[in-house]
Write a protein that binds this ligand. Structure first.
Ligand code: NHR
Ligand code: GAR
Length: 222
């Protein structure tokens, strides 16, 4: 890589383990990027402490202080404008963003979702996957659009469901897989290999016909 590292603004709501994986990949040099700020909509999100410990500026925009989503997003946008970045990364961010916000950041806004989309969009994915009796679950990284969890898919990591799994044991296995998947995809973006063009994803100059597939550790890709 030449030039400056890609500047990431990471949006969180909770514990921030995906943020931690991203910070570690940046520090290790495997992800040519720099987290320039972390913004949480929840004042007590654990990820805020992880960011501070890594020397990354943090901000809290508590959605409960705003009468509606657009008021919240005005404050969020002002905070984003205060620290220039190249890409906005949702990492366990729990507020649905308006169509206006998604359009404004189109192609520069990514999310990781804990399911193999288009299966199980929305919340409580691990419970729902177990209730549906699927053999495989996992996580997906996609460009964010107005369609919640419906934007163009970039990559997925598949995780086998095991006998006796509970939502917690399955969530832990998916989370470990997320920590591999997200820094990998962010690396593609940081290297200038990944773009959203219209409704389609371009990776290494090729249109993706389907998301790139990874298998969790111990699984075969074939
Ligand atoms: N916004 C847009 N426009 N598009 C997407 O694809 C988005 C998004 C905002 C967040 C993350 C998503 C996930 O990975 C995400 C994708 C929260 C909700 C939700 O219903 C749904 C999807 C996601 C995140 N949130 C409730 C709300 O009223 C609040 C729930 C809570 O606070 O616990 O916003 O799953
Ligand atoms: C992750 O599993 C992430 O995919 C999911 O929440 C967890 C956040 O963990 N995201 C959503 O459910 C978004 N609605 P983390 O805070 O430790 O990264």
């Amino acid at each position: 890589m030449t030039g400056r590292p890609t500047r990431l603004a990471v949006l969180i709501s909770g514990r921030g383990s995906n943020l931690d994986a991203i910070l570690r990949a940046c520090a290790a040099g495997t992800l040519p990027a720099q987290v320039v700020q972390v913004i949480s909509n929840r004042p007590h999100a654990g990820g805020l402490e992880l960011a501070a410990a890594a020397g990354v500026p943090t901000a809290v925009i508590d959605h409960r202080r705003f009468p509606d989503r657009s008021g919240f997003e005005q404050a969020l946008q002002a905070q984003l404008d205060a620290v220039p970045c190249d890409l906005v990364v949702l990492a366990g961010f729990m507020r649905v963003l308006t169509a206006d916000f998604a359009a404004r950041h189109r192609g520069r806004l990514l999310n990781i979702h804990p399911s193999l989309l288009p299966d199980f969009p929305g919340l409580h994915t691990h419970e729902r996957a177990l209730a549906a009796g699927v053999a495989e679950h996992g996580a997906s990284v996609h460009f964010v659009t107005a369609a919640v969890d419906g934007g163009p898919l970039i990559a997925q990591i598949r995780v086998p469901v095991q006998a006796g799994d509970t939502p917690d044991t399955l969530a832990a296995r998916v989370l470990a897989a997320e920590h591999r998947l997200y820094p990998t995809v962010l690396g593609w973006y940081a290297q200038g290999r990944l773009a959203l063009v219209g409704e389609r994803v371009l990776l290494d100059g090729l249109w993706l016909a389907a998301p790139v597939q990874f298998a969790a550790a111990g699984e075969r890709d074939d």
